[in-house]
Each structure stands twice: as C-alpha cells, then as structure tokens.
Design a protein around this ligand. Structure first.
Ligand code: HEM
Ligand SMILES: *[C@@H]1O[C@H](CO)[C@@H](O)[C@H](O)[C@H]1NC(C)=O
Ligand SMILES: *[C@@H]1O[C@H](CO)[C@@H](O)[C@H](O)[C@H]1NC(C)=O
Ligand SMILES: *[C@@H]1O[C@H](CO)[C@@H](O)[C@H](O)[C@H]1NC(C)=O
Ligand SMILES: CC(=O)N[C@H]1CO[C@H](CO)[C@@H](O)[C@@H]1O
Length: 328
C-alpha cells in the first residue's frame, strides 16, 4: 500500500520536475476569454474577427494559409508565434516554411490591437484566434479557443523537424504523439488539407517515378494521375500547384470532402493517400468520410493543437510587432 503511494508520489515529483524543466505545458494557465476586460472597451476576439473577415472577403485562401501557419507554429517549439520571427536563421528560413503564407494578416490584427491596448495581446494568441475565425468563415464550424499564451523569444531553423509529405502513417503518429496528440487527432488535423494547395515538386515522384520504380504511384487514381500530370509536366522550371482537396466544388470549404476524395484514391500527397490505405488510420478516415462528425472532431483537434507547449504567466513576453522579439 505505502509502496504504491510512494511510487505515485515519486512519479508525480518527476512529472512536476519535468514540466518545470521544460517550462512548457499543454494548456495550463490558458483560459477562455483571457482578454475580457483587458483591452479598454474593446473585445479582443471581436477585433481580431473583424480583421480576418475583411481579409477573407478579399482572399478566401487565407484559411489554408492560417491553418498551415498554426500547424507549423504549434509543431515547432510550441504555439509561441516563433514562426513569425524574422532572422537570418529563424524558423521562417527553414525549407518547409518556404510556402507558409499569411504573416501579413497576423501583423495587421496585431497593429489594430496595439493601437487600442499596447503590449496586451500576444501574437501566439492572434494566430489561434485568426485561424479559428477563418475556419468558421469557410464553413468549418466555430469553436471556442483558450487564450493567455505568451510569445516565445527563440526561433531557430534547426528546430524545424516537420514530417515530410512522404512520411508513413506510423511515423506521423509518432510525431504527433510527441506533441500530445493521438492518432485520431492526427487524422482530423491532416483533414486541414480540405483546403489549400501543394506544389508539384512535393508530389512529382508519385506522378512519374515513385520510389525509384520509373512508374507512378500505383495507389493513385488513374483519372487523378492524368489530371495532375497535365498540371505538373516534367522538365519545366515553374512549380505549379494543385488543390489538396480534389473536389473542385469544395476546395475552399472546411468539410469532410478531402476524406471522401482519399477514399477514391484521389489524395495528392503520399501521406494523404496513405491515411486512407493504412489500417492504422483507415477506420477513422472511413468514419469521417461517411459521417457528419468532421466539424466537431476537427474543432476539438484544433483546440488540442492550440495548447501544445504553450508559454503562459511569467514565461515568454508580449511582442509589440509579431516579427521581432522585444529585445531585437
Ligand atoms: C503529417 C503531417 C503533414 C504533412 C506531411 C503535411 C504536408 C504538407 C505539404 C507538403 C503541403 C504543401 C506545401 C506546399 O506545396 O507549399 C501542405 C499544405 C498544407 N497543409 Fe499540411 N501537412 C501535414 C499536416 C497538416 C496539418 C496538421 C494541417 C492543419 C491543421 C495542415 C494544413 C495544411 C494546409 C491548409 C495546406 C495548404 C496551405 C496553402 O494552401 O497555403 N497540414 N501540407
Ligand atoms: C520502396 O522500395 C523499397 C525497396 O526498393 C521497399 O522496401 C519499400 O516498401 C517501397 N516503399 C513503398 C512505399 O512502396
Ligand atoms: C526530363 O529530363 C530527364 C533528364 O533530366 C530525361 O531523362 C527525361 O526523358 C525528360 N522527360 C521529358 C518528358 O522530357
Ligand atoms: C477514381 O476517381 C473517379 C473520379 O474521378 C471515381 O469515379 C472512381 O471511382 C475513382 N476510382 C477509385 C478506384 O476509387
Ligand atoms: C514566407 C517566408 O518568410 N519565406 C522565407 C523562407 O525561407 C527563405 C530562405 O530560405 C526566405 O527567403 C523566405 O522569405
């Protein structure tokens, strides 16, 4: 009995020590409505929504940009806006960042807030609020987000270890598990590929020379193969893009259509197709494609993504502009 308690206490001490050493938690210190009453008479979430709504009306592809931004920010060093920092060797400069877009949208929301209540709202929270707003404007349902994140001060290209498009489902599950996200969370989150595009260079191998066979990926739908080959010819200097959700009526909508497409072997990236084929993920893919639970499941997974290794309380800082730390 006492031995059991001793073990438990020891385990608790280790967990606390570990958390203290890392200095980062998954969500402790965050709350819904953290900014209520903290920005004069302005409601912070309404102010962010106004900026995002105006941007969205000009360009509905911002939803894809913001989703990818939140994924990259939260996956690399936690949701601390480190992806926004400029610098000769910052995360932005790493190869997978080459095509992350939307920095200007976050910066303009920040400018609006700084004018009303300077030094109050973190860039890390703006990313999460802005993404939530864009998802709801794109038909994905509105979810509640917790706020109270602080901005990080470190951004290193060498910290960027995002999974490549050829990642296997089992390795991807491991990468998400390392962030406290389970296999179902992963499937829902990669469902973010229901909007947005990928460059030909990231799936060319599947069209012409899969796994050095000199042939296309046998798992790709023949109709899709022809379409994508036309869009991505060999030996050209331009790097075109193709929609990740190959249902043309739904490529700007956050819904379960991506999952229906991958069941028809119409996944664009290797990981997209593997999700539907691998027994580790295919049951969840089937459930999402055939049911009505995508919005709720995606929302829940986005909330979990938004609390990965956040800085709160006395940790971190509130930047004045999102591309630079206070001391730079
Ligand atoms: C194993 C995990 C993942 C891999 C390997 C992966 C890979 C990729 C790749 C290669 C692209 C194309 C980039 C380009 O051509 O410039 C892309 C785009 C995108 N990804 Fe993912 N991704 C993953 C997970 C996620 C997650 C979790 C989300 C969000 C919840 C997400 C959202 C997006 C979006 C929205 C785009 C389109 C961006 C745009 O149109 O600007 N991805 N992803
Ligand atoms: C690629 O080829 C290697 C051996 O040439 C094989 O072991 C591997 O399973 C192949 N991968 C895929 C995804 O087909
Ligand atoms: C493209 O270039 C490669 C050499 O880089 C060559 O082997 C191949 O035949 C070319 N393909 C076409 C379609 O021109
Ligand atoms: C391939 O895609 C077409 C639509 O373009 C679809 O009708 C067909 O069922 C798909 N094939 C498979 C094997 O799912
Ligand atoms: C959008 C963005 O900031 N992209 C950067 C990614 O990294 C390269 C350097 O490798 C920069 O030139 C880009 O500006």
């Amino acid at each position: 009995m006492s031995k059991g308690v001793g073990k438990f206490t020891l385990a608790a001490v280790f967990i606390i020590l570990f958390a203290a050493l890392c200095g980062r938690s998954n969500g402790d210190g965050l709350q819904v409505g953290f900014y209520r009453g903290k920005c004069r008479f302005t409601d912070v979430e309404t102010a962010v929504a106004a900026v995002i709504s105006a941007s969205y009306r000009r360009d509905p592809t911002i939803t894809a940009a913001l989703l990818r931004m939140q994924f990259h920010d939260c996956f690399v060093n936690g949701c601390d806006a480190s992806i926004l920092l400029d610098g000769s060797n910052s995360e932005k400069t790493a190869i997978p960042n080459l095509s992350v877009r939307g920095y200007e949208i976050i910066e303009s929301a920040k400018r609006v807030l700084e004018k009303i209540c300077a030094g109050v709202v973190s860039c890390a929270d703006i990313i999460v609020m802005a993404t939530r707003d864009a998802v709801s404007m794109s038909g994905g349902g509105r979810y509640t987000v917790q706020t109270g994140r602080k901005d990080g001060t470190v951004s290193l290209a060498s910290n960027v270890d995002l999974p490549p498009p050829s990642v296997s489902v089992s390795d991807s599950i491991k990468a998400f598990a390392a962030k406290g996200l389970n296999a179902d969370d992963m499937v829902y989150l990669i469902g973010g590929h229901t909007v947005g595009v990928a460059h030909c260079s990231l799936f060319m191998d599947r069209l012409y020379n899969f796994n050095n066979t000199g042939k296309p990926d046998p798992t790709m739908n023949a109709t899709l193969l022809a379409t994508l080959r036309a869009r991505c010819p060999q030996n050209v200097t331009v790097d075109n893009t193709a929609n990740l959700d190959q249902n043309p009526l739904s490529s700007l909508t956050v819904d379960n259509s991506y999952f229906k497409q991958i069941l028809m072997r119409r996944g664009v990236l290797q990981i997209d197709q593997e999700l539907a084929l691998d027994p580790l993920s295919s049951p969840t893919v089937n459930t999402i494609a055939k049911g009505s639970g995508f919005s709720a499941g995606f929302a829940q997974a986005m909330m979990k993504l938004g609390v990965v290794q956040v800085l709160t309380g006395k940790q971190g800082e509130i930047r004045r502009v999102c591309n630079a730390t206070l001391s730079s």
